[in-house]
Design a protein around this ligand. Structure first.
Ligand SMILES: [Zn+2]
Length: 366
């Protein structure tokens, strides 16, 4: 649902909330001013294509939503303006029914140094690379803004409101245009020393692979288990199998959804593509099982719609390669939050970091 009345008023009552300077942000780490119980979080998911925002309450209910195009090819300042506009639109929508936005939490498709609010790496939004996004948003919106990686947020969203409810040690894989990963250990998001942890899509699963990944490596999981990879693998295989259903589709119109439909109709080539996706995923997951001993691996993203076509192969690979005890324990399940996982995780992050204290004394929970 899109709110029709876009607010251009940047001087909301919340604009009196303190804005963190870069120095204060580094000292405080993650911080939001104390939230009232009824406060909503405006969560923003900045995708490579779509920019989505939603007001979310403490119970995980999504209220107002806003969706627009991400000006991904434009300079960072324009991305900031677009994010700020969606936040104001959400705020305006909430205000009409008396709701108050207590915090803003933004997730982006890239590595984030949470303490400084800097985007470290963002192949799908190159203008944000190295950019102090949180600080720029705080200046535009005149209040603190949390920043997180989108796949990390998706893992938190699934733990809070999705298939990992009640679990503490989980790994979430998001299979979309790329492959995102999020690791939660004992209930805490594992960010690593530089905020770059969880890049499971860029772990090597094919040492002899020649397909170059966007990250510069070859043989990454992402080039064997993403929607992009599915289309490429089908194209590669079609030259070896002249008689199959996919031949009726023009090369430019080939999508992972169409390959999924062909596989569901019994097409051998398409079935083999998804078998390969499952095997590569299973190799990556077997490594994760041996390293982290997770209770659950959650698989989401658009490709998870083809669950029945690849999950059995992935499971078989995990059982074949990982130690028996952690392999048997680890549940491998489909995500439940769909496209809202990142938004929910962003909101959860903000609620979890609210201890009712001032930013300078607040402890970081995640
Ligand atoms: Zn890679």
């Amino acid at each position: 649902m899109r709110n029709e009345n876009v607010s251009t008023d940047s001087t909301s009552p919340n604009s009196l909330s303190p804005t963190l300077s870069q120095g204060e942000r580094e000292i405080a780490g993650l911080a939001l001013p104390g939230l009232a119980d009824s406060d909503l979080i405006c969560a923003v998911d900045v995708g490579g294509t779509n920019l989505r925002a939603a007001n979310i309450d403490r119970g995980g209910r999504i209220h107002e939503r806003v969706r627009t195009a991400t000006p991904g090819s434009k300079p960072a300042e324009e991305v900031v303006s677009a994010i700020a506009a969606t936040v104001r639109e959400c705020e305006s929508g909430g205000a009409k029914r008396g709701a108050h936005i207590g915090g803003i939490s933004v997730v982006v498709p890239g590595s984030v140094q949470v303490e400084t609010g800097v985007v470290v790496n963002a192949p799908n939004l190159p203008s944000l690379q190295g950019y102090e996004l949180a600080h720029a948003l705080e200046t535009a919106l005149e209040r603190p803004v949390l920043l997180e990686n989108d796949a990390n947020a998706a893992a938190l969203g699934e733990m809070w409101q999705g298939s990992a409810r009640g679990y503490q040690t989980i790994i979430c894989l998001t299979l979309g245009t790329g492959v995102g990963g999020g690791i939660i250990l004992d209930g805490k998001l594992w960010r690593g020393a530089d905020g770059t942890a969880g890049e499971i899509g860029h772990t090597t699963v094919e040492p002899f692979g020649v397909i170059k990944c966007k990250c510069g490596n070859t043989g990454c999981l992402e080039v064997y288990a993403s929607a992009t990879a599915i289309v490429r693998m089908a194209r590669e295989a079609s030259t070896r199998h002249p008689s199959h259903l996919l031949h009726s589709i023009a090369a430019d119109d080939l999508t992972s959804e169409r390959i999924c439909s062909a596989a569901s109709a019994g097409d051998e080539l398409a079935l083999d593509v998804f078998r390969r996706v499952g095997v590569y995923l299973g190799i990556a997951m077997a490594n994760l099982v041996n390293i982290f001993n997770p209770e659950m691996i959650v698989i989401g993203g658009g490709v998870s719609a083809a669950w029945e076509l690849f999950a059995q192969h992935a499971r078989a690979e995990v059982l074949k390669r990982a130690f028996p005890v952690p392999a048997q324990r680890c549940r491998i399940v489909r995500a439940e939050c769909g496209g809202d996982a990142g938004l929910l995780g962003a909101a959860h992050l903000a609620f979890a970091n609210d201890s009712g204290q001032k930013p300078s004394t607040k402890k970081r929970v995640y």
